[in-house]
Design a protein around this ligand. Structure first.
Ligand SMILES: *Cc1c(COP(=O)(O)O)cnc(C)c1O
Length: 426
């Protein structure tokens, strides 16, 4: 057990994933300052929009204040495309069911509700920890009225894109990709963020590259991009005065933020390489333990390795009970659990994190439909223990965790984190 071992603390905290800044960003920010483009228009915005189009392979990129804003406008675009313009005071998805990834950050699904829609959560698969195509197909059988699907690529690992796309195509559903965590990751050589009709990336502070905040809507649809641009600037019409014919939002990216992103962009591949090296070192260092790293389809996909995660074998789990706010565990020789390992990592001043708690288990969403491969799929605590659980998301949440994945972590620091994890299984 880790408590018996006297590991020295790191002087500086090892973060889960923190921003890595370069002088170029500062230069673009200062340029914006001197040119007085301290606004939501300017050369930095134009430049990052075209850099992203070039990298991702989409025709249009609309720079916005956050990835969440991008997902919101994506929902609105999808809703209006399918259901038409909503009545005044109604959302574009008013009362409509929208299929969504279940094991993800809540920013993937909140925008459905912003537009009045009802998320239907689709269970997770074990191969990439993303939306399960089998459960998605089942959701269309149960709820044939679903016409919008939002899917995330968790922790930078592309999901089963071909299968998911084929199912959506078959049922005439529009895809929204939440590529907030997966910028630079590709599936069969094609970048994530280019598979759906309307897609989102994020430049939040802990993402693979950052603007401190910010995000982008990506699409090949020229008219949709123009609409999103207009909506994001309070829906100001091209009139001689402030003319408003639709509901608007203040969602534009600042030219200062865009300067930070612009300076980051040339370092994207370098960050991916560093994150991959971190993943591989964990994989090697933990190989004798009863754990596995977060899986990916090595044949078809290249993750960006944003976060390294691990999952403990069922047989090696000690008792762990999680309530709504806190967790208990009973230490056991040869076994461990995420709660113990996260505590151990924190004790040496490093930051890990639980897996995203599935949306169907969140108090705000637990009355929503949740579709699994078989059975009713509502999770029981420690449900994996009886082997009958088909709630894959809750199983991964119970047994998995995110490891410190900061690209500035030294090899020596990572070795000590690995040693601390090993000690948990003593
Ligand atoms: C970060 C993140 C978002 C939201 O991006 P913001 O820029 O923080 O609004 C959305 N979805 C996922 C999966 C994320 O990790």
């Amino acid at each position: 057990m880790f408590a018996n071992l006297d590991f020295q603390k790191f002087e500086e905290k090892v973060w889960l994933s923190s921003p890595t800044m370069y002088p170029d960003s500062m230069a673009y920010v200062i340029e914006a300052y001197h040119a007085n483009w301290m606004s939501t228009i300017g050369v930095n915005i134009n430049e990052v929009e075209s850099l992203v189009c070039e990298k991702v392979g989409c025709k249009h990129a609309v720079a916005l204040s956050s990835g969440t804003a991008a997902l919101h406008l994506a929902m609105k675009l999808a809703g209006e495309q399918i259901y038409g313009k909503p009545a005044v005071g109604k959302g574009a998805l008013d009362g409509r069911l929208v299929a969504a990834s279940d094991m993800t950050f809540d920013a993937t699904v909140n925008p459905i509700v912003y537009e009045g829609g009802i998320p239907v959560f689709i269970d997770t698969e074990y191969d990439t920890w993303n939306m399960d195509p089998v459960s998605l197909e089942k959701a269309f059988q149960i709820y044939p009225e679903i016409k919008v699907v939002v899917m995330a690529h968790l922790y930078g690992t592309p999901g089963k894109v071909d299968e998911l796309k084929a199912i959506c195509q078959k049922h005439g559903a529009v895809i929204i990709e939440d590529a907030a965590e997966s910028l630079g990751a590709s599936y069969k050589g094609i970048q994530t963020g280019s598979f759906g009709s309307f897609n989102a990336i994020s430049f939040n502070g802990n993402k693979i590259i950052t603007g401190s905040s910010g995000g982008m809507l990506l699409t090949d649809d020229h008219e949709a991009a123009e609409k999103a641009r207009k909506w994001s600037t309070q829906s100001r019409e091209r009139a001689n005065w402030y003319q408003h014919e639709e509901l608007g939002y203040n969602y534009r990216m600042s030219n200062v933020i865009a300067g930070v992103v612009r300076g980051q962009f040339p370092h994207l591949q370098e960050h991916i390489d560093q994150k991959k090296a971190i993943f591989l070192r964990y994989q090697e260092g933990l190989k004798d333990l009863p754990v596995k790293m977060n899986p990916y389809d090595a044949q078809n996909s290249q993750p960006n390795f944003w976060l390294s995660c691990m999952i403990i074998d069922r047989e090696a789990m000690c008792s762990q009970v999680r309530g709504e706010q806190d967790a208990l565990f009973i230490p056991e020789h040869g076994k461990s659990c995420p709660t113990e390992i996260l505590k151990a990592i924190a004790s040496i001043n490093a930051e890990g994190r639980p897996i995203w708690k599935p949306m169907h288990m969140q108090p705000i969403y637990r009355m929503n439909p949740f579709v699994v491969r078989s059975g009713s799929g509502r999770a029981r605590t420690n449900a994996y223990l009886d082997g009958g659980c088909t709630d894959v998301g809750m199983d991964i949440f119970e047994r998995g965790l995110c490891l410190p994945s900061d690209n500035k972590m030294t090899q020596e620091q990572q070795d000590r984190i690995i040693d601390v994890i090993k000690a948990c299984f003593d």
